[in-house]
Design a protein around this ligand. Structure first.
Ligand code: GDP
Ligand code: GDP
Length: 447
């Protein structure tokens, strides 16, 4: 988990607002993204063009941190371009706090640019228009024509040389809220759930089971006029908000045939939710992709429940062996609760809500400082941190800086090895109820 090495005090770091970058291929998005990131993180160019894991980057400007969501990692294909770009815009509108539409300032507005601008004009998020490839003042006159996209002033920038990029970022940050949209309704209101998993694992069946079984689909928030983006569903006497049900119903990722979209969509759903239900196919061995999604949830700092679906397909006499295999595959996630269900028959689907509730309760948990330091004193007395460079690091005290997920800061007199930090996490989990939630332990070295 958290790698705090002493130089990065992470406490009280709030969730970050999100900037999404949208635009046609070859307009210069990646070049601009690299410029914004100060090339600290090269944008990963994917070989096949359809899968790319890293779509979100940490960015920093003028003392403010934000997440840069690069929605551009797809292979252009004349036929699919329109669909792909509207999917991009849609994802940006659902997840971002500010949207940056990038057009090629040397080319001007194309029909595709106009279509995406039309979509983005419906957004209730601020949209900023950047005209790239304006490498010197000569190009600036030409971009006046971009006003007709109806997104306000076009801002000239050269991702290649950096010209105008500082001004552009100032404008972006001016439009960005202090705290991300996710934080707005975090108190009160139904808790947000993402249903994710590989194609055909049973996500839509489960959604139907949940919405159909109890006739109480209370409401749906409209994304476009026809598609519900999120659905309110009553499970076990409580109303939950299932995010991105439009994506589940329409199966965007599969329809457009790109795994990349499925993964972007998954990522967006995880970010938008407080707890993720990751569906696994119990009749199949657990895959790398499944584990990657579980890691994504943990890295995003969200609560997690594993639903072993299609349990009806698992032979009675194979169950024992299967559970052992699973435990081996899931060693990195010993804190996650597993529920065996069948979305088709409805078996044990009612066990999901209690598992989600527990995960969220622990995700919300605040451990009082007194209890935390009592625990720490006991653990350290029994097993002190290993000596390093002839010195015994002392752990002075601990405090919980944040919840959602629980984030702890240890103040020490020296560096703590990763193994010892993992040991502390294990001990922490033995003492305080933290099932279903990732935790982060940061270390601050006091000289
Ligand atoms: P993306 O597909 O939108 O991510 O576009 P890229 O960032 O990969 O850029 C496409 C092409 O435009 C590359 O050949 C870049 O070198 C070029 N390019 C990008 N930004 C600029 C710029 O500011 N000025 C100039 N002259 N060329 C640029
Ligand atoms: P999605 O792509 O994740 O939304 O998966 P679907 O809900 O469309 O399900 C894919 C297939 O798996 C369909 O044929 C379902 O009927 C089947 N399926 C889903 N859940 C179960 C289950 O619990 N048991 C069995 N045997 N089949 C299931």
């Amino acid at each position: 988990m958290g790698e705090g090495t002493g130089d990065l005090p992470d406490e009280a770091r709030p969730a970050q607002p999100v900037l999404a970058v949208v635009g046609r291929p070859n307009v210069g998005k990646s070049t601009l993204v690299n410029r914004i990131l100060g090339r600290r993180e090269a944008v990963v160019q994917d070989v096949s063009g359809v899968t790319r894991d890293r779509v979100a980057y940490d960015a920093f400007w003028n003392g403010r941190r934000f997440t840069l969501l690069d929605t551009g990692g797809w292979e252009p294909d004349a036929k699919g371009m329109q669909a792909a770009i509207s999917a991009q815009a849609e994802i940006a509108m659902q997840t971002a706090d500010v949207i940056l539409l990038v057009v090629d300032g040397q080319v001007g507005a194309t029909a595709v640019d106009q279509a995406v601008a039309r979509t983005l004009r419906r957004s209730d998020r601020p949209v900023i228009l950047a005209a790239t490839k304006i490498d010197d003042s000569r190009g600036e006159g030409e971009i006046a024509a971009l006003w007709r996209l109806g997104l306000g002033e076009p801002h000239p920038v050269s991702g290649l040389h950096g010209r105008g990029s500082g001004d552009l970022l100032d404008i972006v940050l001016d439009a960005m809220p202090e705290s991300p949209r996710d934080d707005v309704d975090i108190e009160g209101g139904p808790r947000r759930v993402a249903l994710v998993g590989k194609p055909n694992v049973g996500k839509s069946s489960l959604l139907n089971q949940l919405t159909g079984e109890n006739r109480s689909v209370v409401d749906a928030t409209a994304g476009t006029t026809t598609d519900p983006v999120d659905s309110l569903v009553e499970i076990d006497g409580e109303t939950w908000k299932i995010v991105d049900t439009a994506g589940l119903r329409r199966k965007v990722g599969q329809a457009s045939g790109t795994e990349y979209y499925a993964s972007l969509r998954t990522k967006a759903a995880i970010e938008a939710a407080e707890v993720t239900v990751l569906l696994l196919d119990a009749s199949q061995p657990i895959s790398e992709q499944d584990l990657r999604v579980a890691s994504q949830v943990a890295e995003a700092g969200r609560a997690l429940v594993l639903a072993m679906n299609k349990w009806d397909l698992v032979d009675e006499d194979r169950r024992h062996a299967m559970v052992r295999e699973l435990e081996r595959a899931l060693v990195r996630f010993p804190w996650v609760e597993r529920v065996n269900i069948s979305a088709r028959t409805g078996r044990a689907v009612q066990k999901l809500a209690p598992a989600m509730r527990t995960a969220l309760e622990n995700w919300d948990r605040r451990v009082p400082t007194g209890q935390l330091n009592q625990w720490l004193a006991d653990v350290v007395a029994a097993t002190p941190p290993p000596v390093r460079g002839g010195k015994q690091p002392k752990i002075l005290y601990a405090t919980q800086a944040q919840n959602r997920p629980p984030t702890f800061v240890l103040f020490t007199s020296g560096f703590l090895e990763a193994g010892y930090r993992r040991f502390l996490e294990r001990k922490l989990r033995e003492t305080f109820p933290l099932t279903g939630t990732p935790v982060q332990i940061n270390v601050r070295v006091r000289e």
